[in-house]
Each structure stands twice: as C-alpha cells, then as structure tokens.
Design a protein. Structure first.
Length: 444
C-alpha cells in the first residue's frame, strides 16, 4: 500500500511541473514591427528575441504564481542582478529593458527559462554589391565577393557560453540539372535557391551550369522586419561542365543487342553513344574506345557529341568521353562505361521433328554466341540444296517449296566469322523424324 502511494505522489509532482511549464511564459512587445523569436535554444533553456528599436519594448511574464522576482545577466546567470518589474496578479512586466542582456524570473519552485534581447536595428544587414568570379584550377566552384556591413550578434547562455546568432541569406541563380528515366537522359533548366549561413562574402559555392546572374537577399531577420536588402551580380559566364552518356543499341535488321548472362553481349553489337551535356558551355567532345582485355589493340577515336561504334571482337571495352568547355580551359572526363563481348561459340542439333509438335524441336537452328557473319546450307543425300540462310537467328523448318521434306538424314555446311576474328566451318548430318500421317505433305 505504501509503495502505491509513493508512485501516485511521483506522478502528481510530474503533472504539476508539466502544468507549470506550459503555463509559465514570456512575451516580448514593442519596437518597430513584431519582435522575432530568432533562436529557441532549448538545449540551454534560453530564447533569443530580436526587436527593431527599443521604443516601447516590454518583457512580460505569466505563471500560476503571483510572486515574481526578475533578474538580468550580462554573461552568466550566476552573476545576475535583480530587476524591478510591475506585478499585476500572476503577470509581471519589465518596461524599457536594455538590449544585450539575458532576463529571467526566478520563482520559489519550478523550471527556470531565460530570454535574451537584441536590438536588431544596431546590427541590420547592409548589402552594397555582389561579385561572382571563377576560381583558378577549379571549374566546379565560384567565389562570392562583395561589400556590406554585417556586425556579429552575440548572446550568452545561462552557463556563460558565448554564442553567435547565425544570419541566413538567400542566393538565387539559374543552372541546369540532369533528369534520367528508363528511356533517356535530358538536361533541364532550373532556378536554384541556396541558403547561406553566416557571412556570405568570401566563400565558394558550386558553379552554375549555365550563364546567369546571382541575386543575394537577406538576411532573414531583416525579412521579418520588412527591411530585407537585395543585390544582384553582373552576368556570369560559366565554365562548369555537366555531362552524362546515353547509349542506344542499334537494330540493323538482326534483332539488335543480344544480352547474354551477366550482362555480356553477343557480337556484333552496334551502339550509338550520345553525350548529354550543357551545350554551348560544353563545346568539344572526344571519345576513346579501347580494349581492356587486349591492351595491344589500337583504340578507336571519335569526335563529336554523338558517335556509333560496332563491337565485333570479344573482350571488355572501356568507353571514355573527354569534354572541353568553350574556352578550352576546363575539362571533364567520364570513364565509368564498359561493354563486354562474349567469346565465339556455336553448336548444331542432330535431330528435329518439323510439324510433329509445333514450337518444340520443330526447326533446325544453331545455338551460338558472337557470330559476326554467317552462311548455312542444307543438302539431301543426293547433294540437292534444300535450304540456304545467312542469319544465325533463323533456322530451317524442314520444308522445301512449301512442303515438308521426307524424313531421313540430311547434311549441313555452316560457315561463320566469330568475335575472335577467325573464320569457322562446321559440317554434319541432321535426322528428320516425322509421323506417317503427314506423308501427304512430303516431297522427295
């Protein structure tokens, strides 16, 4: 029984403290416009308020208590001095406080919260001009420079830690970005807005991918008081390069790209490479395609933003794109693209049954990898040609003149050039199996 009463009492104390903290609060009024809660520093139990001018400024405090004792401190709450306030029931007010101090009410019980007061009119951001320049040896960055007056605004936590109130500025400019989907890669124009923390001048930011002007606004405290300033740079000519590569597999009537296991391709593979870039900033394009498997092979060199290359040899090939800007001073190289072509392989069946079970072993067709050219002949036992074809993806359906040939043994001659650069020949026999019910379609 005693234990239950102890737990209930603890819950009651917590509820009372929570109720007290919700009810007790400070209010800041006066100055030009509405005072601003610039930084709720919950970690140090202090709220930093900005007012614009000290005319008519008051700090009010409300709680469930009718006895408030006010204090203020300059650098540490332990060194605080008492402050006179007007008490009216559970509310008290300090009139004509000084800025640059921390204020708080110390009551007989409960949680102590602090407020710091800054007169922003003494620290208003002044922006006179904005200059944007490129950075030597770093085409991906630009430097923001300019003139202005930005005095730091400090406050002290109750424990005596000096803190700076961080200003925020807004920088707007035009640029471009890559958009990719399953079908293509494109570049689209966008307007970008960066938030800059602290002093904006003398810092580097990412360079835009298009020619543009920059507009700097701020700070955000001035925006609150409807006194925000804005400066715009002169037109900036960029050298930053934005480049990606699109690949298109070309169908030359042979079915296009043949992808084998593990992303390996069967030759021949005809590919169109397209540089997607922020032209006219990107001005000169050089492609280099070389074998990583055989370093002795001479690389293929192409010029232009779009090129085609036929891969007809086995091995792994690297595709490298070098892009120069219009001044010739900035360069980017993309080298993350590879294509692997399989080794040559082929095989032929020795029996099939045309017309017996459609779709199941009803065609004489070779299995292969990386054949770059092909010829095939089928003969009967008297040497008469039954079928001739040049596309290894096709096959013989067992017909001659639109009718099935007689079952029995036939002979084939195959000739192909492979991705190894060699000519291969294969001869053999093929047996045709058919049921007697279909003999009315057979020709000799």
């Amino acid at each position: 029984m005693f234990k239950r009463r102890l737990i209930s009492s603890g819950i009651l104390i917590i509820l009372l403290l929570v109720s007290y903290n919700v009810y007790a609060q400070y209010t800041i009024t006066g100055g030009t416009g509405t005072p601003m809660l610039a930084e709720p520093n919950t970690g140090n139990d202090i709220d930093v308020y900005l007012v614009y001018g000290m005319s008519g400024v008051e700090i009010g405090y409300s709680s469930s208590s009718s006895s408030h004792q006010w204090f203020r401190y300059k650098s540490k709450a332990l060194e605080a001095e008492p402050v006179t306030a007007q008490q009216n029931g559970t509310t008290s007010v300090i009139s004509n406080p000084e800025e640059g101090y921390g204020y708080f009410v110390k009551e007989t019980s409960g949680f102590t919260k602090y407020v710091w007061l800054i007169d922003y009119s003494k620290y208003k951001a002044e922006l006179n001009n904005l200059r944007v320049s490129g950075i030597k040896d770093d085409c991906g960055q630009v430097k923001l420079e300019g003139d202005g007056k930005l005095e730091p605004m400090y406050y002290y936590t109750p424990r005596g830690t000096k803190m700076e109130l961080v200003r925020l500025f807004e920088l707007k400019y035009n640029t471009e970005e890559l958009r990719q989907d399953d079908l293509s890669t494109t570049i689209i124009p966008i307007q970008k807005t960066d938030t800059i923390k602290g002093y904006p001048f003398g810092r580097n930011i990412s360079a835009p991918y298009t020619d543009t002007e920059f507009t700097l606004k701020g700070d955000m405290f001035a925006r609150h008081f409807n006194m925000e300033q804005q400066v715009t740079s002169e037109w900036y000519t960029t050298t930053a390069l934005l480049v990606a590569v699109d690949t298109t597999y070309i169908d030359n009537g042979d079915g296009g790209a043949k992808i084998l296991e593990d992303g390996i391709f069967s030759a021949p593979l005809d590919v169109r490479f397209t540089a997607v870039a922020n032209e006219p900033v990107a001005n000169a394009f050089t492609w280099k395609i070389y074998s990583k498997t055989d370093p002795l092979q001479n690389p293929a060199i192409y010029r232009g933003s779009e090129v085609e290359h036929l891969f007809d040899r086995e091995g792994t090939f690297a595709i490298e794109l070098q892009v120069l800007d219009r001044t010739g001073q900035c360069e980017t190289v993309l080298s993350d693209y590879e294509i692997t072509i399989s080794e040559f392989y082929w095989d032929a069946p020795n029996v099939f049954s045309p017309g017996a079970s459609p779709g199941i072993n009803d065609e004489f067709k070779i299995r292969y990898k990386s054949i770059t050219s092909f010829k095939g002949w089928i003969f009967n036992r008297w040497g008469n040609e039954m079928f001739y074809w040049t596309n290894p993806d096709l096959g013989w359906d067992g017909k001659k003149g639109g009718k099935y040939v007689a079952p029995g043994v036939y002979f084939y001659i195959l000739e192909a050039k492979g991705s190894d650069g060699k000519t291969h020949k294969k001869k053999g026999s093929i047996s045709i199996l058919r049921s007697k019910t279909e003999r009315n379609e057979i020709i000799e």
